[in-house]
Design a protein around this ligand. Structure first.
Ligand SMILES: [Mg+2]
Length: 309
């Protein structure tokens, strides 16, 4: 029985890898067909992922730790255990990223997750904010003035709280925010999800799920901004943004300890650029976003370069 389960896991993992490979192939073909260099003078919007990118942490994990602090075997908190279990389920193909978000929210709401907990999570992540990344973005804003969009699978409400903090503390503000929307009751408790951000546009148990791409497009329409994926750059730490990586120029920010998804993203060269999380990060980002000659796609073959000429 255990063997059967183990085999099933391996098959699922192989399936996931197959999807990644297929996506990578599609990506390369798409890139080639783009036949165009991207110049920073054409930069109109920068989409920034939140968890793992703006800060070296995950709000889902922080919230679970807050609501499930009991230590278990090996000094691991119950929240940490639940988080790892959810990630494992996604990797093993037992559920999709979108289902894991809805499931995680359900688990948190059984513990009475409320707006005040969002404040506590914000306190937890403050010390983990990538200040060098923010200062680089601030400089890009001053010199090129693109729109900055914070796009997260996590809470939109939390994104707004973070934005206020970034503005008061670092003088940087996102122009727009898309994220998962929770339903709150009168006392501020989370009662469910009214709109989730996930991998694709669909519904889970009656809850509308939108991809980041389509939520961003909707935001642009609402704000009256021109939506032009060819003039957008995505800054992210991982595979959760696979769909977006395919649509826009992508910069992958590495983690000190890369996880499975990060390793795969790197190995398959899913991003157009990779910026290492070290002392040179801000300079690396600025050189990509501010200097014309650097904004080319390293994945493009010579035939693509010729097509430009
Ligand atoms: Mg992330």
């Amino acid at each position: 029985m255990a063997l059967k389960k183990e085999l099933k896991k391996r098959v699922n993992k192989a399936r996931l890898l197959g999807t990644v490979l297929k996506d990578s192939l599609v990506l390369n073909i798409k890139r080639r067909s783009r036949k165009k260099r991207f110049f920073s003078s054409e930069l109109k919007a920068i989409i920034v992922d939140m968890d793992g990118t703006v800060f070296r942490s995950d709000t889902g994990l922080e919230a679970l730790n807050l609501k499930f602090p009991r230590k278990m075997e090996g000094n691991v908190s119950e929240g940490d255990f639940i988080y790892r279990r959810l990630i494992r389920m996604v990797i093993d193909g037992e559920c999709s990223v979108d289902e894991a978000i809805v499931l995680g929210t359900g688990i948190l709401s059984t513990r009475g997750l409320c707006k005040n907990d969002f404040r506590r999570v914000l306190e937890e992540v403050k010390s983990k904010i990538r200040q060098d990344l923010l200062s680089a973005l601030k400089e890009v804003k001053e010199k090129k003035n693109p729109l900055f969009i914070l796009a997260t699978l996590s809470s939109e409400e939390f994104g707004h709280m973070l934005n206020e903090y970034l503005h008061s503390e670092f003088g940087f503000r996102f122009d727009g925010i898309v994220g998962t929307r929770f339903k709150f009751n009168e006392s501020g408790r989370v009662e469910g999800v009214s709109r989730a951000i996930g991998e694709k546009d669909h519904e889970i148990k009656g809850i509308p799920v939108q991809s980041k791409f389509s939520a961003i497009r909707q935001l642009f329409e609402e704000k009256g901004w021109v939506f032009s994926p060819a003039n957008m750059v995505l800054l992210t730490d991982g595979y959760g943004d696979m769909a977006l990586i395919k649509q826009v120029t992508a910069i992958l920010v590495t983690q000190p300890e890369p996880d499975f998804v990060q390793k795969m993203s790197r190995r398959l060269r899913l991003a157009d650029f990779i910026v290492e999380d070290d002392a040179r990060m801000a300079d690396g980002l600025k050189s990509i976003l501010l200097h014309e000659e650097n904004l080319t796609h390293p994945g493009d073959g010579p035939e693509a370069s010729q097509a430009v000429l």
